[in-house]
Design a protein around this ligand. Sequence first.
Ligand code: UDP
Ligand code: MN
Length: 364
Amino acid sequence: MRELLQLNLGFFTKSCLVLGFLCGIHLIVALFFYLSESPLKFMSYRQILPFSDIFNSQTHKTAVFGIQNGTGTEVDEKKWIYTNRSDVKDDVVLESCPETSPLLVGPLRVEFSDPVNLDMVRKNNPQLLMGGRYKPSDCVALQKVAIIIPFRNRGEHLKYWLYYLHPILQRQQLDYGIYVIQQDGEDTFNRAKLLNVGYAEALKEYDYDCFIFSDVDIVPMDDRNTYKCSSQPRHLSVSMDKFGFRLPYKQYFGGVSAMSKEQFQKINGFPNNYWGWGGEDDDIFNRLVFRGMKISRPSGDIGKCRMIRHSRDKKNEPNPQRFKRINHTRQTMNTDGIKSLIYKVIDIEKDQLYSKITVDIGKP
Ligand code: UDP
Ligand code: MN
């Protein structure tokens, strides 16, 4: 019995050794075939850059529009490819962002009752660079957009604007910067002149091709309302809560609007001499029409937005001259505008969330 057991054990040990040997050979053969089948795999891994490198290559303007490789405009799932896959190069060519961002979520909840503070907004938006600047890291934005906000004594509203807009603008895959143009002193407010200043100051910093002019108290309720320019000047705040979610009148161009550099230059910018509340937006509308342009708008559904409730500010009383002035746009627009703009920069404050430029724009 014992002999039988010893015989069996010896046979068992031998079988194990043979099996182990066969497994080893199998592993070596499998590894050999795996390596010889796809040597490029390993070269490709080397080409995958860390996030920060992709971002830097874009900020240093090595990124270009479109893709060039052997097969034309082939796109891989990572949204970036190499000029030549067989070439091992460090420079990554980013593809341009899609016409419609895949990051959009549609209708948004917008409330102005929750407490908001700037530190919280900074923490929520870690990708922002100084001056409230941003650009997508995985594609080249279709437009370079400067967002201009006329401002004085509206810190509370600015917090909400930044809180809601920064995430939206990032989801819209824009290359953008925020310019808060603060009127210095206590004289009568002049919204349109501040917007002209914002245009001029933003262009000193970066080669923007699109300008969004936005009141500080208006927040879109749908991120499909993209803050970018189109072939015609675009009115974005088309369906505001304060007007019962409809246009107050057909020619209304107030609140939030978008204009390309060419469109803005074609109308000699905005009027500089509307002091106090009202009329400047109608003057801008007239300018666009007199230069043969039409207003484009999103649908009422997508264009819904909320305005933070407020009373009329001091030193921004309704301008009694506004009716007379908008009757003379055709004559005044050639001499009064961006070409005749005079102002003095008093201070520039750069924050992670915005550039705040304080300016002396004179008085009426
Ligand atoms: N504004 C400001 N401080 C003022 C007056 C106006 O910052 O003292 C700016 C602010 O961006 C505001 C915009 O100018 O949203 C338009 O003024 P307002 O909100 O009074 O216009 P309305 O609500 O009647 O459209
Ligand atoms: Mn308002």
